[in-house]
Design a protein around this ligand. Structure first.
Ligand code: AVJ
Length: 314
């Protein structure tokens, strides 16, 4: 069985105060990390298979086409630290190329990665694996119990897009410190025409809507609140100034929500902001990496320049 470390900061009680503050704020907001309970992880997997959502497929195509060159640029045999590992499938597909000496899967969804890692260990019995249940949205501090570096920090899928650019810079600095003199492999979704951007977050089947509304069920479980997802509509829009997709939930009628001595009234049309997903230009993200102290940056992209994979050294 893989080792498993549950970091104290991932205890659900820690989320309650943060959730309450966000739900009482005007306008209300909830961090996108709350999209990822076990069902949310599965709905996100379904999103990655949607025709409108190209990011995951494009990233996989970049790895498939340029994998050997990526591995040469970054080096092999490092500890592979998978930030937001989810089902661990992306990292597992790179084991052959990157030849990690140790695989560390980090995710906020403790049960989900525990299961994913157990299944993966059966397919790779020789590779030492460690699961870390950790919420790194505020700061990244890997458990001291992990063996010392150098580490290849792997942050695929454009999850970096959930951070405001200033927070992204700070986070990338922390990732560099935690790499212990290693390297970075990160996926970034690029700015593209609105006609491609928006449908990726408002798909015809309503999977993204279900993903967004499921956040309310996860919040109910954590807070004991009484959100009814049926009262909320999915909303996605692009802010060209900020270069970000925003997801919101919009109340479809006047309603009240109660939890733990609190009450929030939402008028019909009131919203809860649930996610930002920043889209970068290649030069802009390269600059961000350098500001965070990374050097020897490399960039691999697809023909249409829809998505970019960056490599860098600490
Ligand atoms: C996992 C944060 C990269 O922003 O595209 C997908 C999450 N939200 N559809 C993204 C998401 C709505 C996704 N990231």
């Amino acid at each position: 069985l893989p080792k498993f470390i549950e970091a104290p900061a991932s205890v659900p009680a820690d989320h309650a105060a943060e959730l309450t503050a966000g739900l009482l704020a005007r306008p209300a907001h909830v961090s996108p990390k709350h999209l990822y309970d076990a069902l949310g992880c599965r709905l996100f997997e379904a999103i990655t298979a949607l025709p409108e959502y190209q990011a995951t497929r494009t990233e996989a195509a970049i790895f498939a086409a340029q994998g050997p060159e990526i591995a040469r640029a970054l080096g092999t045999g490092l500890t592979l630290v998978d930030l937001g590992a989810g089902n661990c499938a992306k990292a597992a597909s790179l084991f052959g190329l990157l030849q990690p000496g140790h695989y560390v899967a980090v995710d906020i969804a403790a049960g989900f990665i525990r299961d994913a890692l157990q299944a993966l260990q059966l397919r790779h019995p020789q590779l030492p694996m460690t699961g870390v249940a950790l919420d790194f949205s505020q700061s990244l501090a890997l458990p001291a119990a992990l063996e010392a570096g150098p580490r290849l920090m792997f942050y695929p899928g454009s999850s970096i897009g959930n951070f405001e650019p200033a927070q992204a810079r700070r986070f990338l600095q922390q990732v560099r410190e935690q790499s212990q003199g290693g390297a970075l492999l990160i996926g970034v979704d690029l700015v593209k025409p609105l006609a491609q951007l928006l449908p990726a977050y408002d798909d015809a089947l309503g999977v993204t809507a279900a993903f967004n509304r499921n956040l309310l069920l996860h919040v109910n479980r954590q807070l004991g609140s009484d959100f009814d997802p049926a009262d909320w509509a999915h909303l996605a829009c692009f802010d060209p100034e900020a270069s970000r997709i925003e997801m919101h939930l919009r109340a479809t009628r006047d309603l009240q929500v109660r939890w733990d001595g609190h009450r929030r009234d939402f008028a019909a049309g009131a919203t809860i902001h649930t996610e930002n997903s920043y889209k970068y230009r290649i030069e802009q993200f390269d600059e961000l990496l350098h500001e965070a102290g990374w050097r020897s940056t490399r960039c691999w992209t697809d023909e249409r320049q829809g998505f970019a994979v960056f490599g860098a050294r600490a």
